[in-house]
Ligand binder design. Sequence first.
Ligand code: CIR
Length: 257
Amino acid sequence: MNRFQHAIVRTPGASFANGLTTADLGKPDLDLALEQHQAYCAALVKCGVALTIMDPEPQYPDSTFIEDTAILSSRSAILTHPGAPSRQGEVASVGQAVEKHYSALQAIRPPGTLDGGDICQAGDHFFIGISHRTNAEGAQQLADILGTDGFTTSIIDIRGSELLHLKSGIAYLGDERLVLVDGMETLADFTGFETITVEKDEQYAANCVRVNENVLLAAGFPKFATRLSTMGYHTITLEMSEFQKMDGGLSCLSLRF
Ligand code: CIR
């Protein structure tokens, strides 16, 4: 698994509670969200990455979910065109932060739409989700760019599932090992990977993030936490309640590269 050297995050802004959500978990508390975000940032630093913290963009309440705005790999940087119209303006400022680290930026162009949360890199292979945010045109544009970079890709249609994004139900732990929420194994061919199943009652935990020597894990999912520890992973458990209220998981809070 590539070692991550950098991460970019964006602090939640005053308008955070006005973002998009389907969760029926109540209104998020901004102060608590800021506290949870600080702990997330500290965890990334502990994992050994150099952190860029972008200021909030109050006109974009969902902009703390920065993962959706770019696909960053060791070979290229691709800005997305998010599927939710209210989020499309988030990309410009992320481009300015990303271009400091890459010699060239590519982009998903309309009518293609694509959210970073639908993209799961597993070594030299990318799983690309088609969702209610990422359309077939966006998925194909990304597959073409990644193909030019020398990566292989496969497309997984998750529109029949209850997942917002592909990575709401899948994560890559390195060493050809994938975490899959129960039921995901029927949606695609995962030949060549060892899979670890997360039970439905712990579904939110499937959005975990391997960062160098550690795995970031949402608090409150003891079965999966024990499973990872038993397998020898070093986990950092983070409170995510306020982001979960806005349909966000651990991976969406950062761009890692
Ligand atoms: C949205 O609906 O766009 C945000 N409220 C949550 C985005 C979560 N992003 C992700 O899972 N990659």
